[in-house]
Ligand binder design. Structure first.
Ligand SMILES: Cc1ncc(COP(=O)(O)O)c(C=O)c1O
Length: 305
């Protein structure tokens, strides 16, 4: 008689909450957590590709910096958080995974609103890999708009270098994109500078083959950093400064970068095609090298070791 193995309860995702691993569908946060009621938190997301964690230490370093900026403590030593992330992936049995760690200000003392009285909380979870632009769509590129109805939240209000859940502007941008027949929105700062979009940084390739991406008003993406390093190693000039709307109009290629999707080619910006061929040659090269690095031991480690 053959027996079928019990289904893995973590197959849809594994979360670590309050000292326990639970299937993702059973993961709960307390309703009084100020992460929920005030968006008072920071988080980070790393990816696993073919069982290799990519640049996890860089993600954890960014998380720690974000905590410091928000006057939060890293709730556990970095090595322990790292182990929890790895264990969530192992339990899920994922070859490709999207692994998130959230640090919230937590729950204040009853009757108090003073954030200093709150007890911080840590949440960790792994789910199957998430794509902002699915691989099928990446073959032809994604249609984007430059949002007109909403600007990116001002940096003096919310520091974009701290990864955050203040997504009302980004989500509004997405709905504007859908209304205008596109898939994603590029947000400006309201002064003609392109910043970022819902979960991604933005690059333009200039006619001379150099790259330009925004310096300010953006999360300093790990994928953005990786692409800058690849491009410079390839002898390309990379300008990190103001990315003007005109730079996109004049660009020969435009692409987006994120842990959730890698290097994602843009087919049209406001209905205009920057390059006849999409993905263009520079985007293709950077995208191939980016994924090749996921097997490079300098940036990766195997979750099973
Ligand atoms: C607002 C924003 N910008 C950019 C990015 C890209 O950052 P990374 O390459 O580290 O995933 C993200 C990632 O989620 C993001 O949320």
């Amino acid at each position: 008689m053959t027996t079928t193995p019990a289904a893995n309860p973590y197959a849809a995702g594994c979360a670590w909450i309050e000292g326990e691993f639970v299937p993702i569908g059973e993961a709960r946060i307390p309703i009084l957590d100020t992460g929920f009621t005030r968006s008072d938190l920071t988080y980070d997301v790393a990816a696993v590709w073919k069982r290799q964690f990519f640049r996890l230490d860089d993600h954890l370093e960014r998380l720690e910096r974000s905590c410091q900026t928000l006057r939060l403590q890293l709730p556990k030593p970095r090595a322990e958080i790292r182990d929890l992330m790895v264990e969530c992936v192992r339990r899920g049995g994922f070859d490709e995974s999207f692994v998130e760690v959230v640090v919230t200000r937590g729950i204040p003392v009853p009757g108090e609103r003073d954030p200093r009285t709150a007890t911080q909380r840590l949440y960790v979870y792994a789910v199957p890999y998430v794509w902002i632009v699915k691989p099928e769509l990446q073959q032809h590129g994604v249609d984007v708009i430059i949002a007109q109805e909403t600007i990116r939240i001002p940096t003096d209000a919310v520091d974009p270098r701290v990864k955050n859940f203040h997504w009302a502007d980004l989500t509004r941008g997405l709905f504007e994109a859908y209304d205008r027949g596109a898939t994603l929105a590029l947000m400006t700062d309201g002064r003609g500078n392109i910043t970022e979009g819902a979960g991604f940084n933005i690059f333009a390739v200039r006619q001379d083959g150099s790259l330009i991406t925004a310096k300010d008003g953006v999360l300093e993406g790990i994928t953005r950093r990786t692409v800058i390093e690849i491009a410079r190693a390839d002898g390309r000039e990379v300008h990190v400064g103001d990315l003007r709307v005109d730079d996109l109009v004049d660009a020969s290629e435009v692409f987006l970068t994120s842990t959730a999707g890698g290097v994602m080619p843009v087919a049209t910006v406001d209905g205009v095609r920057p390059h006849d061929e999409c993905p263009g040659p520079v985007t293709r090269l950077l995208r191939d090298r980016y994924w090749d690095l996921h097997a490079d031991s300098e940036h990766t480690f195997n979750v099973d070791v």
